[in-house]
Design a protein around this ligand. Structure first.
Ligand code: DCP
Ligand code: CA
Ligand code: CA
Length: 360
């Protein structure tokens, strides 16, 4: 199965939000802290901006160490504001998910987007989507992010991390092995410090060394399954589907309209099967939603997204239709262009058993 997958990760996320909300912090080292409350300076650094990273301040170090490293500078230390970051994360991921056919929310500041259909398997078109996403996120949220594009989730994720901040890296299938070969094995998501040390003891430090290793030996050391996965990863092979990992936080469908249009009824007609499809999945998974939203892509390939929160979680297909119609009408009113693609989604999914999703 050939795919094109895009991975997006927001740069120094919590600290960048703080810089935007308080522009007077810009140009200073900004350190976002999880204060433990035990004493005024106890706790760890959540993240920091690049001005602070120059001094060796990074996620996970004790606040006391950060204060030490930044002594004599005009650094600012701030407490985390999770609700604010969550709200912005949702807005950014709404933009991302509008540009492809499948979206996977991977963490508060990153997501995977499958764009095989949206690009017709063309990597220049994929780069175009990457650029548009970056521009839209910058315009709407004043945030820079790093984007990687490749033949699967593994390659896309590594590609997004190779140029930071504000990077855009496209790895063509034919270049994938060469791209990965010189990297340390620790660059493969899933190989932690422990496995890395283990591999190093076996004389394996780089991805190309892993690729040439004896599969029998790797399977013996890591077990058949993990060993097989490791060898595959070294070759840039990863079959995992976008959106398949864990429980999805949203259900969305998007499709290309028969012809470009601004006609609400035509759009709603095209959305009929998508809405039924979403409603079926809702019933199959026995979840309810309390946010429903729509996305439109216009003839210039600009994306628009709107969503609405409802007071009580529901499984009602009619509710999706009603909200979608109202939101599509809003977007049409606010734009003068014809629309090419349209999509529907529901989110803030809750299991009927009462389990909550991440955002709650
Ligand atoms: N985070 C945290 N504690 C950690 C790591 C991360 O609280 N040990 C939070 C703060 C980050 C956010 O998660 O802003 C995203 O984590 P990333 O690893 O993506 O790091 P950043 O976005 O801060 O930086 P980068 O520019 O390297 O992506
Ligand atoms: Ca990040
Ligand atoms: Ca991240």
């Amino acid at each position: 199965m050939e795919r094109i997958v895009l991975h997006l990760d927001i740069d120094y996320f919590f600290a960048q939000v703080e810089e935007n909300d308080r522009p007077e912090y810009r140009g200073k080292p900004v350190v976002v802290c999880v204060y433990s409350g035990r004493s005024a300076e106890s706790g760890v650094v959540s993240t920091s901006n690049y001005d602070a990273r120059k001094y060796g301040v990074r996620s996970g170090i004790p606040i006391k160490n950060a204060i030490e490293k930044l002594r004599g500078t005009n650094a600012v230390f701030l407490p985390v504001r999770h609700e604010r970051y969550s709200e912005i994360s949702q807005g950014v991921m709404e933009i991302v998910s509008a540009h492809g056919e499948k979206f996977e929310y991977a963490s508060i500041d990153e997501g995977y987007l499958e764009i095989s259909q949206a690009t017709g398997m063309d990597y220049d078109a994929a780069r175009g989507i990457g650029e548009r996403l970056k521009n839209e996120i910058l315009a709407k949220f004043h945030l820079t992010c790093s984007v990687g594009i490749g033949q699967n989730k593994l390659v896309a994720k590594i590609a997004s991390e190779i140029v930071k901040p504000n990077g855009l890296t496209v790895v063509l299938p034919a270049e994938t092995e060469e791209f990965l070969a010189p990297m340390g094995v620790g660059k493969i998501p899933g190989i932690g410090a422990k496995s890395g040390q283990y591999l190093e003891k076996m004389g394996i430090r780089t991805v190309s060394e892993l690729r040439r290793a004896d599969p029998g030996m790797i399977a013996e050391a890591f077990g058949k399954r993990t060993g097989g996965w490791l060898i595959n990863a070294s070759k840039g092979i990863d079959e995992s589907e976008v959106g398949a990992e864990g429980e999805q936080k949203q259900i969305s469908r998007i499709s290309t309209l028969k012809q470009d249009t601004r006609d609400l009824q035509a759009i709603m007609e095209a959305m009929g099967p998508l809405i039924s499809d979403i409603a079926n999945e809702i019933r199959e998974r026995n979840v309810s939603f309390s946010i429903a939203g729509v996305a439109l892509i216009d003839e210039n390939l600009k994306g628009y997204a709107k969503s609405r929160t409802i007071a009580h979680p529901t499984q009602d297909e009619g509710e999706i239709r009603k909200i979608a119609e109202a939101l599509f009408a809003d977007i049409i009113r606010e734009s003068r262009f014809q629309f090419r693609r349209a999509g529907i989604k529901v989110e803030r999914l809750e299991s009927r058993k009462g389990q909550k999703t991440l955002f709650e």
